[in-house]
Design a protein. Structure first.
Length: 238
């Protein structure tokens, strides 16, 4: 076993060559850790703070730093799930879910830029086909009122009333089993009535009256004639 002299603060200490080799190794390790010129591989690092002059990679991917532009190219599935969840929980309007179902397809280009692609359904012109709210659809549906009476039961005349709301187009089918009068009346409240049409017939008759632009919400078909078969049908639409 050889010996090597080590001078420290005026003293010279002789150590075995093995100790000197250890000290040399420690000096090398210190250089590895401090010069920034070597590659160091370890399994775990536990520290309170750290400072990096360049990039930090985790599993080969760069860690986003404060001020970096954010790219979610690698987070496609996560992004879709999070956007879907956020829209599901949003309370902007009661139709949010229908909008989500049409517009949740996410497109990302090679640079990680995100775009929303309208999904389905689309018509032949590429326009989005969406359903109108049910209450709006109901406003455009035709509504009707129907009634009939036999001559035997017709002792006071007969009438049929329809609360048509804002539907301005009205078709009125009428059938009188004999000579009689027909009144078509309108009202804003269903109580006070105004005559729109008045007809007198000298024989049995069946026909359809077509009116447009009637904004009164109530309309009535009425005959004061007794002792005849009567049938009325009123249909209103937009």
């Amino acid at each position: 076993m050889g010996w090597r002299g080590l001078r420290h603060k005026g003293f010279e200490v002789f150590l075995p060559d093995e100790w000197n080799a250890i000290i040399d190794s420690l000096n090398d390790l210190y250089g590895f850790l401090t010069t920034g010129e070597q590659d160091i591989k370890v399994r775990d690092i536990n520290a309170r703070v750290g400072e990096f002059s360049e990039n930090v990679l985790v599993q080969g991917k760069a860690v986003i730093k404060d001020g970096d532009p954010v790219s979610i190219y690698q987070l496609h599935d996560v992004a879709v799930a999070q956007i879907t969840k956020a829209v599901d929980e949003a309370k902007v309007t009661e139709y949010t879910r229908e909008v989500r179902d049409v517009a949740v397809r996410i497109r990302m280009d090679e640079y990680g830029n995100v775009g929303v692609v309208i999904a389905e359904p689309l018509d032949v012109y590429g326009r989005v086909a969406v359903s109108a709210p049910s209450e709006l659809v109901d406003e455009y549906k035709p509504i009707s009122s129907y009634g009939s009476i036999t001559a035997e039961d017709n002792t006071d005349g007969f009438e049929v009333v329809l609360n048509k709301g804002g539907r301005p187009n009205v078709n009125i089918y009428f059938s009188l089993g004999g000579a009689g009068e027909l009144f078509i009346e309108i009202s804003r409240n269903g109580v006070n009535w105004r005559t729109l049409h008045h007809y007198s017939f000298t024989d049995a008759v069946s026909d359809v009256i077509v009116d447009t632009g009637i904004t009164y919400p109530y309309i009535k078909a009425r005959t004061p004639t007794t002792g005849i078969d009567v049938e009325f049908e009123i249909v209103a639409s937009r």
